[in-house]
Write a protein that binds this ligand. Structure first.
Ligand SMILES: NC(=O)c1ccc[n+]([C@@H]2O[C@H](COP(=O)([O-])OP(=O)(O)OC[C@H]3O[C@@H](n4cnc5c(N)ncnc54)[C@H](OP(=O)(O)O)[C@@H]3O)[C@@H](O)[C@H]2O)c1
Length: 342
């Protein structure tokens, strides 16, 4: 088997492909032949060594992948050889409230990720994937898909007829757009170029704001909602967008804190929240239970995650630069079998 891993340190110069011994399969484990992996913004942060001391080399990167079971331990009853599954982002968050040591169970740092031809996982950490999805589409689900689904269902579920604002065209944002439309919501998106705005409309966005032309876009959101504000905002920008998000949400509305692409430290004018009873709710991907419910809703609506580019296993390094460029609309994926790129 082969895997990519940060050996001596972080940075792309330290990400190397090596031949490894096939791992042992314990009694409650399965061996996955990995088929595809996808990249998230978080994988760029990990690659740059920006995820704190708990995430350290040697490390196999990427949390999101899909594979086929090729061997099972003798105590595994729920899965069989041939099943196609994704390992969950949080290996030990099965459902309900998150465990206290949530951060320790993340794939792609601190735990080894999925950018490998084969990986062994405990059977209890796996989620079966709908048949109609391609491998690349399935690989888009464990972090980006589950996060989008959590953000539309926490602390309460989005209801048909409500209005939601989603920032950007990243993996979480596109999945949220597709899911929110399926739930009967009106969706307002922000993006950075007219070309991406056009693609968002084609994917179902009701309104699109080009944030490169207007920074205080809450005025536009207020106009679009007759001065009421949206029911919820999926806050992906972080430091420089949080205030605009708060000003875009209705009285009694919710801002889902998800991302930090513009920075980690934000300053908030508290009366804006207090006088309008705004809820700030943090999202941390989601549990395996949430992942299973996402699969059901995807299957019901036949939703397919948008795939921007699929790289060969040997070209995995190029995938990082492509995600970083922000030029691709849709998920950046890598095939995990050296001669297969489907
Ligand atoms: N809390 C959680 O559980 C969780 C889970 C997943 C991801 N996240 C976080 O969510 C964020 C997005 O992750 P992702 O993997 O979906 O990212 P991604 O696929 O790398 O996409 C990032 C997107 O951010 C948008 N963007 C860039 N600068 C922006 C700005 N100034 N204002 C608003 N949007 C901007 C860009 O879209 P446009 O060019 O179209 O604007 C870009 O496509 C990251 O901060 C990530 O760490 C959090």
């Amino acid at each position: 088997m082969q895997s990519w891993s940060f050996k001596e340190g972080f940075g792309l110069d330290n990400l190397v492909k090596t031949d490894e011994v096939m791992p042992e399969v314990g009694p409650r484990d399965v061996l996955l032949e990995m088929h595809a992996a996808s990249l998230n913004y978080r994988d760029l942060v990990v690659m740059q060594g920006g995820h704190g001391r708990s995430v350290a080399p040697p490390l196999v990167p990427l949390s999101d992948g899909v594979g086929k079971i090729v061997a099972t331990g003798r105590q595994v009853a729920d899965f069989a050889v041939g099943d196609r599954v994704c390992p969950a982002f949080y290996q030990h968050w099965y459902g309900g409230a998150p465990p206290a040591n949530l951060e320790k169970g993340r794939l792609g740092g601190p735990l080894d990720g999925v950018l490998a031809t084969h990986r062994v996982f405990a059977a209890e950490t796996l989620v079966r994937i709908p048949e109609y999805l391609s491998d690349a589409e399935a690989a888009a689900l464990p972090c980006a898909g589950v996060t989008a689904w959590s953000a539309l269902n926490e602390p309460t579920s989005l209801r048909s007829g409500e209005t939601v604002l989603v920032q950007g065209t990243g993996g979480v944002a596109l999945m949220a757009l597709q899911l929110a439309k399926a739930m009967g919501a009106r969706v307002i998106m922000t993006t950075s170029t007219p070309a991406k705005a056009k693609q968002l409309r084609e994917l179902g966005a009701d309104d699109v704001i080009d944030r490169s032309k207007v920074s205080n876009w809450h005025h536009l959101v207020q106009e679009m909602t007759e001065g009421r504000g949206v029911d919820r905002v999926l806050e992906l920008g972080g430091a420089t967008t949080l205030n605009t998000s708060v000003k875009s949400v209705k009285t009694g509305g919710t801002v889902l804190l998800i991302g930090n692409v513009t920075g980690n430290v934000a300053e908030l004018f508290l009366p804006l929240l207090l006088s309008r009873r705004i809820t700030l709710h943090a999202v941390s991907v989601g549990s395996q239970e949430t992942f299973r419910s996402l699969c059901k809703v995807l299957q019901f609506h036949r939703i397919r995650p948008v795939i921007g580019k699929l790289f060969d296993f040997d070209d995995a390094l190029l995938a990082f630069g492509t995600l970083e460029s922000g030029e691709v609309f849709g998920k950046v994926c890598v095939s995990c079998q050296p001669d297969r790129n489907k």
